[in-house]
Write a protein that binds this ligand. Structure first.
Ligand SMILES: NC(=O)c1ccc[n+]([C@@H]2O[C@H](COP(=O)([O-])OP(=O)(O)OC[C@H]3O[C@@H](n4cnc5c(N)ncnc54)[C@H](OP(=O)(O)O)[C@@H]3O)[C@@H](O)[C@H]2O)c1
Length: 263
C-alpha cells in the first residue's frame, strides 16, 4: 500500500468493519495513522477505507479475511510479515455463541476459539518482529470484563476472553525488555451489532456504553501506557487490589507439598 507520508504510523485492526474496530479505525485515522482494515465483509471495509481516507487524508487499505479460515489467516500472517511498517496491531475481531454452550454445536465452538483465541495468538506472534523495529510498537488486545466474570456469560466466550487477558499479561512479562507496549482492554456491554448477532435486544440490557465512549476511554489508557484498561470500572483501586492479591498468591503456588487440607 502507499503510505500517506513516510512518517505516518501504520496500524492493522481486525474486526474493523463495524463496532469497536470501526471506531478504533476512525480515532486512529484522526490521530494520523494509516490503516489496514481486516474483516470478512470486503465491501463494507472498502467503503470504510474510502470514507476514512477522504475524511482524514490518511491511507486506508481493506484486507478482507475470515480469521477462522486457515488459508485466509495464513495470507494475513504473510501480509503482516511482509509489512514491517505496521507499528500497532489491534486484535479486536471477536464473536459470541448465540445459543450459549449447551445449545451450540462443536463447529460453532471451534470457530469461536479460532477467532477469539487462535487468531489473537498467531497474529501477535507474526507481528512481533516488525513491531520491534518501531520505537513505539505495540499490540492492543480486546478482551472483556467477562474475563473476570465467569458467572455472567457462556463458558466458551468467557474463557476465550480470559485467554486474551492472561495472554496479554503474560506477554507484558515475557517481552518486558522488548520496548513494545501491550495493552489489554476489557469493555463491558457496549452498543454494537454483536448483541443483535447474539439474538439479544440491546435496549433490554442495562449499563450499555456507547462505542465512542468506550474507544476514547481505551485510548486514554493507551496514551498512559496502562497494561489493563477497564473503561467501565469507576474505582480503579479495586482492580489494583485484586491484582496485588493475585500476584501475592503466585509464590505460594511454588510448593512441593500438598496443603494439609488435601492430606
Ligand atoms: N460490544 C460489547 O458489548 C463487547 C463487550 C466486551 C467485549 N467485546 C469485544 O469487542 C470486540 C469487538 O466487538 P464488537 O462489539 O465491535 O462486535 P461487532 O460489532 O459484532 O464487530 C465484530 C467485528 O469482527 C468481525 N468478524 C467477525 N467474525 C470474523 C471472522 N471470522 N473473521 C474476521 N473478522 C470477523 C466483524 O466483521 P465481519 O462480520 O465483516 O467479518 C466485525 O468487524 C470483540 O472481540 C468482542 O468480543 C464487545
Amino acid at each position: 500500500m502507499t503510505l500517506s507520508t513516510q512518517s505516518a504510523p501504520l496500524a492493522l485492526i481486525t474486526g474493523a468493519s463495524t463496532g469497536i474496530g470501526a471506531t478504533y479505525a476512525d480515532r486512529l485515522a484522526k490521530r494520523g495513522y494509516d490503516l489496514i482494515l481486516v474483516a470478512r465483509d470486503g465491501v463494507k471495509l472498502e467503503q470504510l477505507a474510502a470514507d476514512i481516507s477522504q475524511r482524514y487524508g490518511v491511507a486506508a487499505k481493506a484486507f478482507p479475511a475470515d480469521l477462522t479460515d486457515g488459508e485466509s489467516l495464513k495470507k494475513l500472517e504473510q501480509f503482516i510479515q511482509a509489512t514491517p511498517a505496521i507499528s500497532l496491531l489491534i486484535n479486536n475481531a471477536g464473536t459470541i455463541l448465540p445459543g450459549g454452550f449447551k445449545n451450540s454445536d462443536v463447529e460453532a465452538i471451534d470457530k469461536l476459539i479460532q477467532l477469539n483465541v487462535t487468531s489473537v495468538a498467531r497474529l501477535s506472534r507474526v507481528a512481533l518482529d516488525g513491531l520491534r523495529q518501531h520505537q513505539h510498537g505495540g499490540i492492543i488486545n480486546i478482551a472483556s470484563v467477562l474475563a473476570l466474570a465467569a458467572e455472567i456469560s457462556d463458558p466458551v466466550y468467557t474463557a476465550s476472553k480470559a485467554f486474551v487477558l492472561t495472554f496479554t499479561q503474560s506477554l507484558q512479562v515475557e517481552l518486558a525488555d522488548s520496548g513494545l507496549y501491550f495493552q489489554v482492554v476489557l469493555p463491558a456491554a457496549t452498543r454494537t451489532e454483536i448483541w443483535n448477532k447474539g439474538g439479544k435486544n440491546i435496549d433490554e440490557i442495562p449499563g450499555m456504553m456507547e462505542v465512542g465512549e468506550l474507544v476514547d476511554a481505551a485510548l486514554v489508557g493507551f496514551d498512559n501506557k496502562e497494561p489493563v484498561t477497564i473503561p467501565p470500572l469507576q474505582d480503579e483501586t479495586k482492580w489494583l487490589e485484586f491484582e496485588k492479591l493475585r500476584k501475592a498468591l503466585v509464590p505460594e503456588f511454588l510448593q512441593g507439598q500438598a496443603a494439609p487440607r488435601y492430606r
